[in-house]
Design a protein around this ligand. Structure first.
Ligand code: ADP
Length: 306
């Protein structure tokens, strides 16, 4: 099974002296799914836009080294990847500062030709994963193009996977409500962080909203609390399970907790596991990831899951 991701990966600067790494919600999930998927018959490709600079080239090299296909990456002259700085206060609290308003990924759909659309036309992958951030970074017309691609892929018999990942710096909750309502009717699996849903919609019934909009399977991530998985939402008998998170005594950095959970859940579900087993894999990977600094942990640290 082939899974394509669309989103933005940025240059990450963190630590003192500053270290340069890469990160971005969809890339984090793609990378972890690539690691978990190799032994489960899953392959991963990442669609985004980068520049023609050396750092963009380094990113491509890093993704290849993780087994991620990059045929759908556009290289735009005169554009660069976005960048963010992680500032850590003496008490350990972290602040993220972004420079991404003019980043290459924003312009992926700015010409008519898009490798993602071509790949959809040619049935080159089975599932397409996007997040709230994938939509948020795009101009309004480009958001609409992405939604038409979800519709097209779905009409071709493909699967759509959606993670809500709400970033209030990128858009208002009203805008997010509108575009989430455009994307969710196509989603086969929605991975929703409870806090993000409340930030977008206010405290409300998440499952009912998914059911009403046509989504059949929803996973509600709730930090260290059990996640709630509801499947068969479009049938007469939806099934709900709560799956306990793994206990972690020493949480080092929760960066990419939700992204890695999503990778684990999808690695399970897309290779035929039950919702419960998939959520257990998601929790297990996330519990390892939060015991390391940064979004991407060394692959040796998750060897037993691969
Ligand atoms: P997000 O990172 O998207 O905000 P959550 O905070 O809900 O999402 O975390 C995603 C997953 O990470 C959880 O479902 C759980 O598996 C794991 N996780 C997060 N925080 C903890 C914690 N304190 N202890 C154990 N697991 C955690």
């Amino acid at each position: 099974m082939k899974i394509a991701f669309f989103g933005e990966c940025m240059i990450e600067l963190s630590g003192l002296p500053l270290q340069r790494t890469f990160g971005g919600d969809t890339l984090n999930t793609a990378l972890y799914l690539s690691r978990l998927g190799a032994s489960r018959g899953l392959t991963v490709s990442y669609a985004t836009a980068l520049g023609t600079d050396n750092i963009s080239q380094d990113m491509l090299g890093a993704w290849h080294a993780e087994g991620i296909e990059t045929h759908m990456v556009k290289k735009l002259e005169n554009k660069l990847p976005g960048i963010y700085l992680v500032e850590t206060e003496p008490n350990g609290e972290r602040h993220f500062h972004y420079w991404r308003n003019d980043s290459a990924a924003k312009f992926y759909f700015s010409e008519l030709w898009s490798p993602l659309e071509q790949a959809i036309d040619n049935h080159r992958f089975d599932a397409l994963y996007i997040s709230g951030v994938s939509l948020a970074i795009l101009a309004e017309e480009a958001k609409a193009v992405l939604i038409t691609l979800l519709e097209k892929h779905k009409a071709n018999g493909g699967m759509i996977l959606f993670d809500n990942n709400f970033r209030p710096q990128l858009w208002t909750s009203k805008q997010a409500q509108y575009w989430y309502s455009q994307a969710l009717p196509f989603a086969d699996i929605a991975l929703l962080t409870e806090q993000d849903e409340y930030a977008v919609w206010g405290k409300s019934d998440i499952v009912k909203r998914c059911q009403d909009i046509g989504c059949p399977e929803v996973v509600i991530k709730r930090g260290c609390e059990p996640c709630k998985v509801v499947s068969g939402l479009q049938s007469d008998y939806p099934d709900t399970v709560y799956v306990a998170a793994n206990m972690v005594e020493n949480v080092v950095d929760t960066c990419a907790a939700g992204d890695s959970f999503a990778a684990g859940y999808l690695a399970g579900r897309l290779s035929g596991s039950s919702e419960t087993a998939a959520a257990e894999l998601g929790h297990c990977l996330a519990s390892i990831v939060i015991q390391y600094p940064g979004a991407i942990i060394p692959s040796e640290a998750m060897k037993e899951l691969m």
